[in-house]
Design a protein around this ligand. Sequence first.
Ligand SMILES: Cc1cc2nc3c(=O)[nH]c(=O)nc-3n(C[C@H](O)[C@H](O)[C@H](O)COP(=O)(O)OP(=O)(O)OC[C@H]3O[C@@H](n4cnc5c(N)ncnc54)[C@H](O)[C@@H]3O)c2cc1C
Length: 394
Amino acid sequence: MRYDIIVVGAGPGGSSAALHAARNGAEVLLLEKRQEIGSPIRCAEGVGKKGLAGCGIKPDPKWIASEMKGAKLHSPSDVVVELSGELAGNEVGYVLERKIFDRELAMTAAEAGAEILMKTMATDLILDEGYAKLKVLTGGDKMELEADLIIAADGVESKTARWAGIDTTLKPSDVESCVQYLMAGVECEPDYTHFYIGPSYSPGGYIWVFPKGCSKANVGIGVQGSKIPRNEGGFVKNLLDKFIEKHPALSKGKKLEIIAGGVPVSGPKYETVVDNLMVVGDAARHADPATGGGIINAIRGGRLAGEVGAQAVKERDFSRTFLSRYEKAWKEDFGKSLERNLIIKNALTKLEDSDFNDLADSLSGYRFEELGLLGLIDAIQEKHPELLDALIGE
Ligand SMILES: Cc1cc2nc3c(=O)[nH]c(=O)nc-3n(C[C@H](O)[C@H](O)[C@H](O)COP(=O)(O)OP(=O)(O)OC[C@H]3O[C@@H](n4cnc5c(N)ncnc54)[C@H](O)[C@@H]3O)c2cc1C
């Protein structure tokens, strides 16, 4: 039971890492603790077309629930800012069926030669002998596996990185605590995602309605962990329930599924390589701090880790120094946008409802050529220059 590389976790990050490591000649084992890849989903399933194309993934009707023309942002006073495809510079996308999408990704890894072990949970890791010993529980049996390299892709709650001595602690303010319903029988525009932003909707986060076709939608909320009152276990779900009650287009719908989960919004905080180990995806805090979206960065980071991992196998060098090529690569690829969006998130979480109303007022009807940070700043400067201090001045 010895492999070149063992990848822990078969989410988008892990499958992408396994695919690219196997494709580049490494002997790879991909472990997943659940009995089914992609289920239960803990995701609103939205991705940008550009992001997917950048990962080299061609859209496939099998895993596309619906195609989006744009997004609508609602302020607390319900001023709506429309970011259509035209305005948003084709920054439009899809709502996925992640149960199928994740499985397809894992399948491409298998086709490239990776082995997959389901219902197999990593329980401990020892790294001090120049290679990795990974303890697992597989179908209830204890087993020890060995590899030259571990890729930790075990999501927001990653223990694998912690076993490797990396401090993965997240402060409550660094996590969005989310609850989401899959609802049927709702009335919503089939080709627009909707975001409700402002502390009265969600302190430090937002509410989303992502249509999935056939009157279905993911209706969810993310609240900044530090803004959840103590001893208020049901706070996040109650906020979402109240929102749904107030919106007749949603309240007549039926809830088919409820999920809860955390999104790391700390931005990249710690080193993502040590000797014999690399960390990818949510485990590496690669989700976007401003939007909470993490699918694309998990796939991109997974690819980079897989490629560097396969190179390490060829050169028989699993040292931190060699593996830091991966860290350098992801920083060059999406590190800057994570840093920038962390600043934006930190600024946005300080704003009140009235600021969001002013902000929406600034943006509605403004013809910016392309949706981007500069266009946004121009729009605010023109209509509400005082808000710029709150957003970027401090
Ligand atoms: C409510 C919610 C809504 C979201 N909406 C969006 C969205 O619309 N768009 C977007 O881009 N992102 C969204 N995200 C974030 C997105 O889901 C993640 O960023 C993405 O799934 C990260 O991929 P990953 O591979 O790093 O981790 P994950 O997808 O979390 O995969 C980790 C895998 O590791 C497995 N695992 C964990 N521990 C072990 C172990 N010890 N042994 C073996 N296996 C293990 C898990 O079972 C899991 O399958 C959302 C997240 C939440 C919670």
